[in-house]
Structures are given as C-alpha cells and as structure tokens.
Write a protein that binds this ligand. Structure first.
Ligand code: SAM
Ligand code: SF4
Length: 352
C-alpha cells in the first residue's frame, strides 16, 4: 500500500470546540444514525455515461489530494471501530481503476466487527479482477448496465465496452460475489425500451435488477424533472409484460422497493430517489476520494478529514470531526423545492 502524503502544519488545523462532538455513532439532529459508509476511491472513470460525466471527462483530482490506500483504510477503520459503521461500499468514479482495490477490500474485511463490504462498478475489467476481489473477502457487487444493445451502450457511454461488462458480470457470479445486482438508469427517448429486455436477461442469469431514477447529479446540469423517467413509468413498462407482486420482506433503510416477478423467487427493484424519497430512513455517510465527509449525496457542504489526517490528528479527533459533520444532515434532498441547488460536485466525484 502507498503511505506517502504531504503533512500540513498541525498549528493550522482548526481546533474542535470541546464537548461539541459527543461520543457514540454518527447521529444527526433528525434522529437518524449513519451505519452505511460509501467510499469513493477515485473520481476518474473509463466510461462517460451521459447522465454522469461529459464525453471529454472532468478535471481530475490531483494525485496529492487523493487519499492514499493507507489513509482510506485508516478512515474506514475509524468508522467501523469508533462510529458504528456496519456496511462499507466502495465506489467512484470507477473503483476498479484503483490499483490498490483488492488490498483496501482485504484490510476492510479484516476489521472487527467485520463490516459487510460491497462494490459498485461499471464492470469494465471485472472479468480479470473478480477472483482477487472475492479472495479479499468482498461480499457483494453492483454492476451498472443501462442497455444490452451494443450500439446503444456505445452511444450512452462513449465507449464500445458492452462485451467487457457482460464478461465481468459472469466472472462476478462465477467468483461467488452474489447476489450480483444490476443498476439501471433509464433516459427518456434513449434506453426506455431496454427495461423489459434487461429484466428478462437478469431473470435468465439470476441477477437482481434495480432501476434508479435519474438524479440531478450530472456534471453538465442537464437534468430536468419533466424529462426524468419516473418509478411509475418504469413499473408501467414492466407490468405490461410481467406480473409483479410487492415483496413484503422488511425494507428497513434499503432504498429499493422490490417486486417478485412472475411468481418466481426473483425480484426487481426500483429506487425512486426523486419521486418517493427515502431520506427519512437514510443511514448513509460518504467519504470522497480526497478525504471529504459528505452527510448526503446532495449536501452543499463537506468536512475535510484529509487535512486533519495529514496534520497528525488521532483517531478520537477524527471520529469527533466525523460526528460533527453528521449533525447538520438535512432532513431531505429537497429536489422538488424551488430553492433546490444541485451540488457543485457531480455524482462521479461524490461517489454514487
Ligand atoms: N462507476 C461505477 C458505476 O457506474 O457503477 C460507480 C460509480 S457510479 C457514479 C454509481 C452509480 O451511480 C451507478 O449505478 C450510476 O448508474 C449511478 N448514477 C450516476 N449518475 C447518476 C444520476 N445522475 N442519477 C442516478 N444515478 C446515477
Ligand atoms: Fe463512470 Fe459510473 Fe459515472 Fe458511468 S456512472 S461515467 S461508469 S462513474
């Protein structure tokens, strides 16, 4: 693992107000407790999904600003040992681009109490990496796939990589990274007609499909509420050819509403982030690749843990800073509020 990082002057570190943080877990003023940590391992990506990144890419984070592997593992360890984190999901950008990924996963699965460890990926390169990730103890994987049509895939991502993604899915299943889940975002007039073929493909291969409503987190700020394919639209498409029965299993903080398909034990999910927000049950906290804590995908403020980390803060101080960063989590994302402002970082830089 890499260890080198610049060390800022400890004198410059803002001091915590004594007694401001408290002890225990990551609790906000609305009574929610964050136990699910999303860690973005890089802001870079090898695809250019139109709802996420512009074709020319973005201004990538300078390497010196990115947390090293050891820094990532230290923060995850503090989350697990001091703050009650029980689930860790690695994401990005594209997390498979991070050379140290298997080592980071192995260090995370070795923590006590052992967290559930999962990965969200576009699966390009997964056919090669899946065995190493399974050996590192990775529990589950989510693969993003918006179409099974090779031309449309290229149109949607600006890269002709559909065969790699399908090979990656198979490799994940063969390596036992199950249940393999597929995340799909539908765009009006572009891949709406892929909903049913994707469902049938997932039923055939035993993958669990989940549709995600498109959120205003694109780098080019092109999202509009009117153009978005809603959960209702998605369900109308699916029920035209398949029988869906609500899955009565307890949903808890899980964002997906699920339906059993055609009397099989297989389910399809819809994450209606926009039209049926689940903010009231949110249990997430996020760490960006440059060491910022975000208490919400849509937060407009971040808390810098990298600076504290590099200027010699001990675990307790970092845990306190994280607790404070959680307190002011807003009750909801407010997308429908006329005063809503999209966060300045796009999804790829926050960690989806
Ligand atoms: N590159 C990896 C991938 O695509 O799975 C991980 C990062 S990506 C940002 C994580 C998830 O966010 C993907 O499933 C992607 O479809 C989703 N996503 C990206 N932009 C989105 C948007 N504007 N609205 C909804 N989901 C989005
Ligand atoms: Fe890359 Fe994932 Fe964004 Fe697509 S959704 S551009 S794969 S980060």
């Amino acid at each position: 693992m890499t260890t080198s990082s610049p060390l800022p002057d400890p004198q410059l570190r803002p001091q915590l107000v004594p007694g401001s943080a408290g002890t225990g877990g990551l609790v906000d003023r609305h009574g929610r407790t964050a136990t699910d940590l999303r860690v973005s391992l890089t802001d870079r990506c090898n695809l250019r999904c139109t709802y996420c990144m512009p074709p020319e890419g973005l201004q990538w984070l300078p390497k010196v600003e990115q947390l090293t592997d050891d820094e990532v593992v230290r923060l995850v360890r503090i989350g697990v040992e001091h703050l009650g984190i029980r689930e860790v999901r690695f994401t990005g950008g594209e997390p498979l681009l991070r050379p140290g990924l298997p080592g980071i996963v192995a260090a995370t699965t070795a923590l006590l109490p052992r967290p559930e460890v999962s990965l969200t990926t576009n699966a390009v390169g997964l056919s090669r990496m899946a065995p190493a990730l399974a050996a590192a103890g990775l529990d589950r994987i989510n693969v993003s796939l918006d179409t099974l049509d090779r031309e449309r895939f290229t149109q949607l991502t600006y890269r002709d990589r559909l065969p790699d993604v399908l090979a990656g899915l198979k490799a994940a299943k063969d390596a036992g990274l199950t249940p393999v889940k597929i995340n799909t975002v539908l765009l009006r007039g572009i891949n709406e007609d892929d909903a049913v073929p994707l469902l049938e493909y997932c039923l055939e291969h035993g993958y669990e499909l989940r549709f995600i409503e498109q959120m205003p987190l694109d780098a080019h700020h092109a999202w509009t509420r009117g153009e978005m394919v809603t959960a209702e639209d998605i369900l109308a498409k699916l029920t035209a050819s398949h029988t869906l029965v609500p899955d009565v299993e307890e949903r808890g903080a899980a964002p997906a509403e699920r339906w059993l398909v055609d009397g099989t034990g297989l389910t399809v999910g819809v994450i209606a982030s926009v039209t049926r927000s689940f903010c009231g049950a949110c249990d997430r906290t996020r760490l960006t690749a440059d060491g910022q804590i975000r208490n919400c995908l849509f937060a407009r403020e971040e808390s810098d843990l990298r600076f504290a980390l590099r200027s010699g803060a001990d675990d307790q101080e970092i845990a306190d800073r994280w607790r404070i960063a959680t307190l002011n989590k807003l009750p909801g994302h407010g997308i429908d509020d006329p005063s809503f402002l999209q966060p300045s970082r796009p999804m790829s830089a926050i960690g989806g």
